[in-house]
Design a protein around this ligand. Structure first.
Ligand SMILES: Cc1cc2nc3c(=O)[nH]c(=O)nc-3n(C[C@H](O)[C@H](O)[C@H](O)COP(=O)(O)O)c2cc1C
Length: 402
């Protein structure tokens, strides 16, 4: 990355101190950093700290005779390979979305001809406010890239989405953006991913579920997002954070999962990793079943809809590439190949769940089965399987027009 240049706009939020660490990481990687510190930003970190770490002058004023003489604001906006806003406050986001140009930072964002990456940071209510939601959508449509925000405890004492992602994550997003379109082969594509178990209720407090942790599906959703795809993750109940850049829809039952998947179409690729219950209770009891009522209850089951088969047969809306997962305990390849034919999907990723550490664990040993061949992948961490699969999906999709 030596020789690459970033124009770093630091907005006025508590998280501005993290821009100092980000500057250090970028300089260590050989990236030149030219900072713009807004008036509000200067309430949180000093120009001196930023300048010392960036090893460059810090810009702040639009109407500065010396700055304007040395480097005009238009030249400043074009002087980098990438413009990064971190933290991107609600105010900076709103100004950029509306094309306002009342100060140096917003004028630069309006005047630049370079890609812009924003790392938002604000109170959860500010982030969820319809005005901010609209502004983010506008900026995404304009081609602005985003990293984060994270979810968690905030400096203001509240909890939820709005925290600045950690500097190493912003750093990685900057590296991807600087590498250019080659690092985002799935830009402009929509990926639909399901993950986790389903939960089929018996009564208001009990239900039937399975041991799926959701880790493999979440890792795949994250890996597809890193390659630039817009990702919709339809998730059963799991205890996992939403991967960066992924839109997550929470569901419980198989029928809810199918409805959420159908509503998310059209998609270029569908990766169906969720362990969906084959059966549900015919009639869910309206009140909690009592032990005293004499003997165990007689539960009758009915078949759940087959999400993979339904999406593989969804006519003009069908994703170009439909990928199913098969958890098998014996004759893995034969069963998976039969499943490929039965469900009408394009690839089956089969795994032997009797292998220690696979179901609920961190590793996976998979076979990729397509209509004409079988590939045996070596056992690897679920993250690594996810990255390899995302690359294979990108190769397949980029070989056909979007
Ligand atoms: C203590 C304090 C913390 C703040 N933190 C944030 C924040 O994290 N995100 C945000 O959008 N605004 C935050 N604000 C409000 C902004 O500072 C204010 O909207 C400011 O005008 C933003 O200026 P900018 O456009 O230069 O970023 C905070 C204000 C105060 C007083």
């Amino acid at each position: 990355m030596t020789g690459k240049r970033v124009l770093l706009i630091v907005g006025g939020g508590i998280a501005a101190y993290k821009a100092l660490e980000l500057t250090r990481l970028l300089r260590k990687a050989g990236v030149a950093v030219r900072p713009i510190l807004t008036k509000a930003g200067a309430e949180f970190v000093t120009a001196l700290s930023l300048s010392a770490l960036a090893e460059d002058k810090v810009y702040g004023e639009l109407f500065s005779l010396t700055d304007e003489a040395e480097m005009g604001h238009i030249e400043l906006s074009r002087s980098a390979d990438l413009v990064v806003v971190a933290p991107a406050t609600a105010d900076l986001i709103a100004k950029a979305a509306h094309g306002l140009a009342g100060d140096l930072a917003s004028t630069t964002l309006l005047a630049t001809d370079k890609p812009v990456l924003m790392a938002p940071a604000m109170n959860v209510r500010m982030w969820l406010h319809p005005a901010t939601r609209r502004n983010i959508e506008t900026l995404k449509t304009d081609g602005v890239l985003f990293v984060g925000p994270d979810e968690g405890a905030m400096a203001c004492g509240e909890f939820g989405p709005g925290r600045l992602v950690e500097p190493p994550v912003i750093f990685e997003a900057i590296m991807d953006a600087l590498r250019g379109p080659a690092a985002r082969p799935l830009a402009g594509r929509h990926a639909l991913v399901t993950a986790g178990p389903t939960f089929e209720p018996i009564d208001p407090v009990r239900g039937i579920t399975n041991r799926s942790s959701g880790r493999q599906g979440y890792a795949i959703a994250g890996a597809l997002a890193r390659l630039g795809a817009r990702v919709t993750l339809v998730s059963g109940p799991v205890a996992l954070p939403t991967p960066l850049g992924v839109d997550r829809i929470d569901v419980e039952t198989a029928r809810e999962m199918l409805a959420a998947c159908q509503a998310a179409l059209p998609a270029d690729v569908g990766v169906f990793v969720a362990a969906v219950a084959d059966w549900r209770i015919d009639e869910v009891f309206g009140a909690k079943l009592k032990k005293e009522k004499g003997g165990p209850p007689a539960l009758t089951f009915v078949e759940n809809p087959d999400i993979l088969a339904a999406l593989a047969a969804s006519g003009p809306q069908r994703p170009k590439l439909v990928i199913g997962f098969a958890a098998e305990t014996n004759d893995v390849e034969a069963h998976a190949r039969a499943k490929l034919a039965r469900k009408g999907c394009d690839w089956i990723i089969a795994n032997d769940v009797t292998e220690p550490g696979v179901m609920g664990g961190d590793e996976n040993a998979v076979l990729l089965i397509s209509r004409d061949k079988t590939e045996r992948w070596t056992r690897a961490a679920k993250d690594s399987v996810a990255r390899d699969l995302a690359q294979r999906i990108a190769q397949d999709l980029t070989a056909s027009p979007s």
